[in-house]
Ligand binder design. Structure first.
Ligand code: FEO
Length: 172
């Protein structure tokens, strides 16, 4: 069984992963309302990917003999100024999550919890990918500079995002 402090911290992180899903679903709804179905789809896939993160952590806490505690989830923001504003907000959020994952890793190192250290390594790697995918889209949107035709081209690209799978959430 893992140390109680770590399991409590992971329960807290489950809430943040859940909130991430809620936030990206809110962003998806914002894009759907704008008629940008590709952007809406991309964010919907992102919301689903966050639920895989939730489930991965949930399963680990149980596997280590911990008790699940589900906390209340905050209401996410629903309005932004532009697609670029949405992705900047998303990147800031991912950086916040990266900070939280790093703190969990610090705790694993401090308490010599080797199983948690190994488990959290996947999330450390995942955060690099998460920040990169938001940054890539931000860079594209900066080039487009709000041009309608450019946005529609990006929209067509984003609709191609595949659904996340358990496999992609359980392998590095
Ligand atoms: Fe679960 Fe986007 O971090």
């Amino acid at each position: 069984m893992a140390n109680t402090e770590m399991l409590t911290a992971l329960n807290e992180q489950i809430k943040h992963e859940y909130f991430s899903s809620y936030l990206y679903l809110s962003m998806s709804a914002y894009f759907a309302d704008m008629g940008l179905s590709g952007f809406a789809h991309w964010m919907r896939m992102q919301a689903e990917e966050e639920m895989l993160h939730v489930n991965k952590m949930y399963d680990y806490v149980i596997a280590r003999g911990g008790k699940i505690k589900l906390y209340a989830i905050d209401e996410p923001q629903a309005e932004w100024n532009s697609p670029l504003d949405v992705f900047n907000f998303g990147l800031d959020h991912e950086r916040y999550v990266t900070g939280r994952i790093n703190s969990l890793m610090d705790l694993a190192l401090k308490t010599k919890d080797h199983a948690a250290h190994s488990f959290l390594q996947w999330f450390v790697n995942e955060q690099v990918e998460e920040e990169e995918s938001f940054t890539d889209i931000i860079n594209t949107l900066k080039l487009v500079q709000g041009d309608g035709r450019g946005l529609l081209l990006v929209d067509r690209e984003l609709i191609a995002r595949a659904a996340p799978s358990i496999a992609s959430a359980t392998t590095a």
